[in-house]
Design a protein around this ligand. Structure first.
Ligand code: EPZ
Length: 430
């Protein structure tokens, strides 16, 4: 298993380009199942998760080709609507093929995803939404088996909110399924994430009739057939936020190109509050701006509570905590989406951070400095937080099990080296 060796203390400097969004790419790839026409996606990042999704589509029977920087998916009529456990268990987001398979083929069998390091990952809302569209759903040996009566779903009104608010992939599943249903579907308490808006853009370009994406109420008027389309994936707001936190933690000066600044307000408001300077240098396209990020002193403390979009993104919680371990004061972080999403706390503590967990909250008592140490990556975003802490720490940090990072960042170490970081990837022979 690979690991990163980081020599802390180098301020990040320079310019880098934000890549396409992982969390947009996965449902976009799944949406290609809705048509036998070619769906061409430009800007899909080359990550473990996107490679797994491509493997899954091939296992289902799709033809995938790379053409001029795009991934092209052709889901022919011969595809088999079955997502096998051996692939689904490697990536729980595989569940987002359920809605498209059911809508296109009238039936689907998808292995139930397990939980993961950040907590149980239920899909009850996904199933509730699809049942509202008329699907008959049973569980069989760990698989979800879904059937549309007479081969076609029926439009309906469904409330998709749960105890923790909206569901991103649940909204994607139901929205996709509704595009080929008979009649109109209204999704109330839909997820408002930018990745849902991007998915709705692709569906509309395929001929779907979707309105309200980005708001809590999405309306879909079912059609009989969808066509192939070309689409460019929105930039990754979580990669952008990760790089901004790393720039601030190292008291650096970094320019991000292709930055979806317009989708990041809850995060950038907090960065400015703690003293980070953000200059938007080109906002001709607020989803693909050029933004300069710098901080030349200790950050100040703040209070953060993660919420569904447009609230503070849970996927930037660990990275922001790493930054706040260096603040000149106490910060409070409350995790409302995944209350167990604190596996980074103990590892940051190994580096001298003073963090006190209390249920779904953590009090971060800022320190003047962190000390490099060997630490263990546990999940994608916790690992990114540990890399940020290592970049800011004095001395050497070894981040073990960086396969977690490779799920959501394309060669993160190469991006950081291009920004003056001292980081290298080595094979962990132990
Ligand atoms: C998406 O996961 C993202 N993944 C996650 O990013 C992100 O953390 C999450 O949304 C929240 O923003 C992708 O888009 C591929 P949810 P998703 O359904 O859709 C509960 C990363 O680091 N819930 O919005 O699976 C759930 O337990 C990953 O890139 C139910 O109770 O998350 C959670 O508490 C990690 N029942 C909350 O809702 C359900 O049926 C939000 O989950 C579904 C979800």
């Amino acid at each position: 298993m690979d690991r990163f060796i980081i020599e802390g203390g180098s301020p990040l400097r320079g310019t880098t380009r934000v890549r396409g969004s992982k969390n947009a790419s996965l449902p976009l790839l799944a949406a290609a199942l809705l048509t036998e026409g070619p769906v061409s996606l430009r800007g899909v990042p080359d990550l473990a998760d996107t490679r797994n999704m491509r493997r899954l589509l091939e296992a289902i029977g799709c033809e995938l080709t790379a053409e001029a920087g795009s991934v092209v998916v052709r889901a022919g009529a011969g595809a088999s609507p079955h997502a096998p456990y051996e692939i689904v268990r490697t990536m729980r987001a595989s569940i987002c093929v359920l809605g498209p398979l059911l809508a296109r083929f009238g039936r689907a069998r998808v292995a139930l995803p397990g939980g993961c390091a950040i907590g149980p990952r239920p899909v009850d809302l996904h199933l509730k939404g699809l049942e509202a569209l008329g699907a008959a759903i049973t569980l069989d040996s760990g698989d979800v088996v879904a059937e549309a009566p007479r081969g076609r779903l029926r439009g309906a009104t469904v409330f998709l909110g749960g105890a923790m608010g909206s569901t991103v992939l649940g909204t994607a599943n139901v929205m996709c399924a509704a595009t080929l249903a008979e009649g109109v579907t209204v999704i109330e308490s839909a997820a408002c994430e930018p990745e849902i808006v991007d998915l709705a853009r692709l569906l509309s370009s395929m001929g779907a009739r979707v309105s309200g994406a980005g708001s809590p109420r999405i309306t879909v008027e079912g059609v009989d057939l969808l066509e192939g389309a070309d689409h460019t994936v929105i930039p990754d707001r979580i990669e952008a936020g990760t790089l901004m936190a790393a720039a601030a933690a190292t008291r650096g000066d970094v320019t991000l190109e292709n930055c979806p600044i317009d989708t990041m307000l809850a995060f950038t408001v907090k960065l400015r509050e703690i003293g980070v300077t953000l200059d938007i240098k080109d906002d001709s396209d607020p989803l693909r701006s050029t933004v300069r990020v710098c901080l030349d002193e200790r950050p100040g403390p703040t209070e953060i509570t993660t919420q569904p979009h447009p609230g503070f993104p849970t996927d930037l919680q660990a990275q922001t905590m790493a930054l706040l371990t260096l603040a000149d004061g106490h910060s409070v972080i409350t995790e409302k989406i995944f209350p167990e999403r604190f596996l980074h706390v103990a590892e940051l503590g190994r580096m001298g951070a003073k963090i006190f967990r209390q249920g779904g909250s953590a009090v971060v008592s800022g320190e003047q400095r962190l000390i490099g140490a060997p630490v263990m990556a546990s999940d994608l975003r916790a690992s990114a937080g540990l890399v940020i802490a290592g970049l800011a720490a004095e001395g050497t940090t070894i981040v073990n099990r960086v396969y977690h990072i490779d799920r959501g960042y394309q060669r993160l170490e190469e991006t950081l080296v291009s920004l003056n970081a001292r980081i290298q990837r080595t094979e962990d022979s132990s």
